[in-house]
Design a protein. Structure first.
Length: 220
């Protein structure tokens, strides 16, 4: 049976902070907490809505401005490029927001994996686990966790499931891997977007300068 100690459980509550946090295992409510992350190729949990397409379309460099303007006015060309520029800025903002969310999730999942690993070690040693968990900012409660073979994982959206310790650790390890892969892909997409933004800015400037040059030539 998995254990989840709530704040209303009958444990002796001491309203104090541990003097040495480094020697105290802080497991809130003795439930391992993790956030749902995008699981590529895994059906264990729903995919994270933060994920974006794996690749971002890149802007093409205009080699010859005159050929590019064939059949269109400079104003129309600049307007189209400006629309692309705004789209790239929007993609960049979404990628940065997604990156921030993923980076916030990763430490939580890593701490959850460490907590499950601790429960596994105590189970193998047939020892009870003494924990201090936060009731509020200034109050902690002490609780003893008997030897257990399972743990409850918060999956988000008020959903909690009980897993065997080995399965919970495997799931959390997979989530950590997927989160790191998402961050890696996110960084690659960000670099592509930044390059495309620069390319579009240069293209707009070249078309504008070409148009100014053509108008001066006609006046001359």
């Amino acid at each position: 049976m998995g254990y989840c100690v709530s704040q209303s459980s009958n444990f002796n509550v001491e309203p104090k902070k541990p003097k040495n946090r480094s020697q105290t295992y802080l497991i809130p409510h003795v439930c391992v907490v993790q956030r749902a992350v995008h699981l590529a190729g895994s059906g264990s949990m729903a995919a994270d809505t933060d994920s974006l397409p794996p690749t971002v379309p890149t802007a093409k460099f205009i080699k010859n401005v005159e050929d590019y303007l064939a059949g269109r006015t400079p104003e129309a060309a600049i307007q189209a490029l400006d629309a692309n520029y705004r789209n790239y800025r929007l993609i960049e903002r979404n990628l940065l927001q997604s990156k921030a969310r993923q980076m916030g999730k990763l430490p939580e999942i890593q701490k959850a994996e460490e907590a499950v690993g601790l429960l596994m070690r105590k189970r193998d040693e047939a020892q009870e686990l003494l924990v201090d968990f936060a009731i509020s900012d200034q109050a902690y409660a002490k609780a003893k966790i008997p030897v257990t073979d399972s743990v409850n994982l918060w999956l988000g959206a008020n959903v909690m499931l009980e897993y065997p310790l080995e399965e919970a650790k495997s799931l959390l390890a997979q989530n950590i891997h997927n989160c790191k892969e998402n961050l890696k892909q996110n960084q690659q997409d960000l670099e592509l977007v930044k390059d495309s933004i620069t390319t579009v800015e240069v293209s707009i400037a070249r078309i504008y300068n070409h148009d100014v040059s053509q108008r001066r030539s006609k006046k001359a």
